[in-house]
Design a protein around this ligand. Structure first.
Ligand code: PNS
Length: 180
């Protein structure tokens, strides 16, 4: 039987437990899964592409048939360049469906041989999105359980000045004044 390579494209800013759940599911049905981070997004991202790549590499290190890559331009062109025949996308709720359907049909118009496969993440992640995670983290709220631990740490390091100071090497810390 033919080996099926799928790509899982997205912004992953940051990767969530929902993304990871989908990557694990995808890795079980495709021979090869390429997690592809969009580089030329117009949005101003919280994490740089290389930070997102590092996080995804750490999160998928135990999944031998999963690779992490970046792309820009048309997703269908990138898929072709990777010899991928499937695109994996997650659908959490009905509200995702309209946008995903539009994107899948447009991609099919651009490249009829590329199939979009939708999978549902575990229902406990059905309300988790990168946008809401960013919002909660930027407002100083807890994101435990919404993102993997490595992402939680990166969010704290980026957004919590007290945490940054705690992690800083001795020399970088403000000196304590001696008691008189
Ligand atoms: O995680 P996101 O932001 O929902 O992912 C959207 C993504 C990256 C899959 C989509 O924006 C995309 O494929 N962009 C690349 C440009 C492209 O091919 N656009 C036409 C497809 S609608």
């Amino acid at each position: 039987m033919k080996k099926i390579t799928a790509i899982y494209p997205g912004s992953f800013d940051p990767p969530t437990n929902g993304h990871l759940d989908l990557i694990e599911r995808g890795s079980k049905i495709f021979e090869e899964l390429v997690v592809a981070i969009l580089r030329n997004s117009e949005k101003s991202p919280l994490f740089s592409v290389s930070e997102r790549r590092e996080m995804l590499l750490a999160l998928t290190a135990n999944l031998k048939n999963v690779r992490v890559d970046t792309f820009d331009g048309l997703m269908v062109e990138y898929a072709k360049s990777m010899d991928a025949t499937c695109v994996l996308r997650g659908i959490r709720a009905v509200s995702d469906y309209e946008y995903e359907l539009q994107m899948a049909l447009l991609n099919r118009k651009l490249e009829p041989t590329l199939e979009t496969v939708f999978m549902m993440p575990a229902d406990k992640y059905s309300y988790v999105s990168s946008r809401l995670v960013r919002e909660v983290a930027q407002a100083g709220g807890p994101v435990k359980g919404l993102v993997p631990e490595v992402v939680e740490q990166k969010l704290r390091a980026k957004l919590d000045p007290a945490y940054r100071l705690e992690q800083a090497p001795e020399s970088g810390r403000p000196k304590r004044r001696k008691k008189a």
